[in-house]
Design a protein around this ligand. Structure first.
Ligand SMILES: NC(=O)c1ccc[n+]([C@@H]2O[C@H](COP(=O)([O-])OP(=O)(O)OC[C@H]3O[C@@H](n4cnc5c(N)ncnc54)[C@H](O)[C@@H]3O)[C@@H](O)[C@H]2O)c1
Length: 332
């Protein structure tokens, strides 16, 4: 029996695959290797996974029905971790169709695949803290209303939750939707602030600090996220319908400018900060209430931001040694 991981060459997906393989599980990974960010990074993540025993990979698009037709009967799938999506808030302003295709049509195809699997135990899928939109009551609880998304990305993630609820109701498919809160760490995503800032600081370029620095994020380290995803996968959703939504975050929001201070210390360089207004689609604050996640799987994130960013910076320097040289010569 295998676990299917969609988005296996992505940031969170590749880490989840490693953890499942570490436990001796068989994993089938799917990813279309799109160029939303440099596919070389996706290939590099995949290069770490491909030699591992128990891992099989298929380059395919989840929005295409044929992808799943080809999978049917090939290997028995017991569990699914569905992480493939068009991520990013700002990109959705210019590329709305990419979000509907991957996040809505793609999510439907995963649900249709799950519906016809006799062997399925549990489907865990990625939602996002973005569904909380401009909510001002903190921390954000799963019981809060989330029907005022401020980006199309958020709207597609909310749509996923609704579609999953319906499939759990109609077909009894056990599912858990995880609302991820700003995940960061080694092998991370180049479109996210911690990466953009690290790169710019090392290159001596200005960084754009939105909402004049009045932004808070519940930064959550990748190892804590993987602990949570795998624990949830093991604890099948029960009830009628068998569907639940859980926040997965650090529960300790940090101000964006404090994150920049930490990066400056780690990199040994001052950032050239350019303060700018709020960007359309963005939210001022994310802050996860993780009580439900705690109760479900004893979730307890362990990594504070300084330790997590130190691990990221160390990884970044090994991946991009030129940046280290530039940094070294400039500061030396
Ligand atoms: N990283 C975060 O902070 C964060 C926060 C909230 C939600 N999420 C969600 O978690 C999931 C994983 O995010 P990530 O940070 O690893 O992003 P990522 O972009 O690194 O990973 C997603 C992967 O899915 C693949 N993909 C996209 N569309 C596809 C399609 N149609 N068919 C097949 N593969 C496709 C991409 O090539 C990519 O490798 C996503 O659903 C994302 O929306 C992430």
């Amino acid at each position: 029996m295998s676990t299917l991981v969609t988005g296996a060459a992505g940031f969170i997906g590749s880490h989840v695959c490693h953890r499942l393989l570490d436990r001796g599980e068989a994993v089938v990974g799917i990813d279309n290797m799109n160029d939303y960010y440099d596919p070389a990074l996706k290939r590099a993540r995949l290069d770490q996974l491909l030699p591992r025993s128990g891992f099989r990979f298929r380059q395919a698009d989840i929005a295409e029905r044929e992808t799943f037709d080809a999978l049917k009967g090939e290997v028995p799938i017991r569990r699914i971790v569905h992480l493939a999506a068009q991520a990013g808030v700002r990109y959705s302003l210019d590329n709305p169709r990419a979000y509907i295709r991957s996040n809505v049509t793609g999510h439907l195809e995963v649900l249709e695949f799950a519906r016809h699997l006799d062997t399925l135990d549990h489907l865990v899928y990625a939602s996002s803290s973005s569904v909380y939109g401009g909510n001002t009551k903190v921390p954000f609880s799963e019981d809060d209303r989330v029907d005022q998304p401020v980006s199309l990305y958020a709207a597609t993630k909310k749509a996923d939750e609704l579609m999953s609820y319906t499939y759990a109701h109609l077909y009894g498919i056990p599912q858990t939707g995880l609302r991820f809160f700003t995940v960061y760490g080694p092998w991370g995503r180049p479109d996210m602030a911690y990466w953009i800032f690290t790169k710019a600081i090392l290159e001596g370029k200005p960084i754009r600090v939105f909402n004049n620095g009045e932004m808070w994020r519940d930064f959550t380290y990748i190892d804590d996220i993987v602990d949570g995803v795998v624990s949830v996968l093991d604890a099948r959703a029960e009830g009628s319908p068998p569907h639940r939504i859980l926040n997965i975050g650090n529960n300790r929001p940090c101000k964006l400018v404090d994150m920049i201070d930490i990066l400056e210390r780690l990199l040994g360089r001052k950032a050239n900060r350019v303060y700018e207004p709020m960007q359309p689609g963005d939210v001022e604050r994310t802050y996860a209430d993780i009580e439900k996640m705690r109760q479900a799987v004893d979730f307890a994130p362990r990594t504070d931001l300084a330790a997590g960013l130190a691990a990221f910076v160390e990884w970044y320097r090994t991946q991009f040694p030129t940046a280290r040289l530039e940094q070294g010569s400039a500061s030396g």
